[in-house]
Design a protein around this ligand. Structure first.
Ligand SMILES: [Zn+2]
Ligand SMILES: [Zn+2]
Length: 338
């Protein structure tokens, strides 16, 4: 039987193990992907540390997958071998449950998550339900496409659904794995883009990514600086600090929205500020496969690219530690079979 290399976790907080496994066969409604690259996301800690209710081990993590359709399961419609594809956090949806019938596919009651409820992309091959698969433009290198399947998708989709119009002032809080993409998307979408981060040294990078203004939150009050620019219609909060999020809410314009994609555990909100200006605080789920497909196509056309540190699959453990250290600039990607 043909085998493949995979990196699995066998128990909560267990080590990454490099193993040989049989190459899996796609069942009805699924495809097999020959993985070329897989990004390492902070949410992979859910698999590593066992934070997902009912997660079963051993499990292969990875939900920033880029590769090629290698085999198509019986009765699977719409996909052919040889197509470039990606798979993200949303591991597919049933199409039959109440949320799906309302078009809220991200809320499907089956809660399929790539690399958590089934094996993900830290492997040479993986199986994905057709509903989880996004078509990838051929001109996008797999190593660039991979982080766009989660970090890119999240910031692109949040940004395009936030209600701001071209020309409006929008801010991106945080200039890390999510933020460095959020700034590029905001600029390419035609917003007056403002980046907010800690330290003067990040200013040149913010401008290179397309920000017209940079606010150093250590030296300046981000809320009053945003108000000097007329207030932000949207602030995309990619930082994971509740304190940093609380500090920017005063910079929202009337009808402005603080849109949260950074997983902070708590934050302070001023009800008076919200009601006095019809402002809101809202969260945004990353997106489903068609949103990912839009993200990839937009990125290919406009030149939005992640900044990556790459590691070979065998070095997954080291790569994961690098991501968790918070020091990576900016996404960490496993190269599998380029
Ligand atoms: Zn992710
Ligand atoms: Zn469903």
């Amino acid at each position: 039987m043909a085998t493949m290399r995979a990196v699995q976790v066998s128990r909560p907080n267990g080590p990454f193990e490099i193993v040989e496994r049989p190459i899996p066969e796609p069942g009805a409604g699924s495809i097999r992907i020959r993985v070329q690259a897989c990004g390492i996301c902070h949410s992979d800690s859910v698999t590593k540390e066992g934070h997902y209710p009912g997660i079963q081990y051993p499990r292969v993590p990875g939900h920033e997958v880029a590769g090629v359709v290698d085999a198509v399961g019986p009765g699977t419609v719409g996909w052919q071998t040889g197509q470039q594809v990606g798979v993200g956090w949303n591991g597919g949806y049933c199409g039959r449950c109440d949320p799906c019938r309302r078009g809220q596919f991200f809320a499907c009651v089956t809660h399929q998550v790539t690399g958590i409820t089934y094996d993900g992309g830290y492997a040479e091959y993986m199986i994905a339900p057709a509903s989880a698969v996004a078509l990838m433009p051929a001109e996008l290198p797999a190593v660039d496409a991979a982080p766009l399947m989660c970090a890119g998708l999240t910031t692109f989709n949040a940004r395009r659904n936030a209600g701001a119009r071209p020309g409006d002032t929008v801010a991106v809080l945080g200039l890390g794995g999510l933020g460095h993409l959020g700034v590029q998307y905001a600029a390419k979408m035609g917003f007056h883009t403002v980046a907010i981060a800690r330290g003067q040294d990040k200013g040149p990078l913010a401008r290179r990514l397309g920000a017209l203004a940079y606010i150093d939150s250590q030296a300046q009050d981000p809320a009053s600086e945003l108000l000097k620019l007329g207030g932000a219609k949207v602030i995309l909060a990619t930082a994971t600090s509740g304190e940093a999020m609380s500090a920017v809410q005063g910079g929202l314009a009337v009808n402005g929205t603080l849109l949260i994609v950074g997983a902070a555990s708590s934050m302070q909100v001023s009800p008076l500020l919200l009601l006095a200006g019809c402002r809101s605080v809202k969260g945004w789920y990353s997106g489903t496969s068609i949103d990912a497909q839009d993200t990839l196509a937009f990125s290919a056309r406009t030149g939005v690219r992640p900044m990556n540190e790459t590691f070979q699959l065998e070095r997954a453990s080291e790569a994961y530690d690098r991501m968790m250290s918070g020091k990576a600039r900016f996404r960490v990607v496993l190269t599998v079979a380029p």
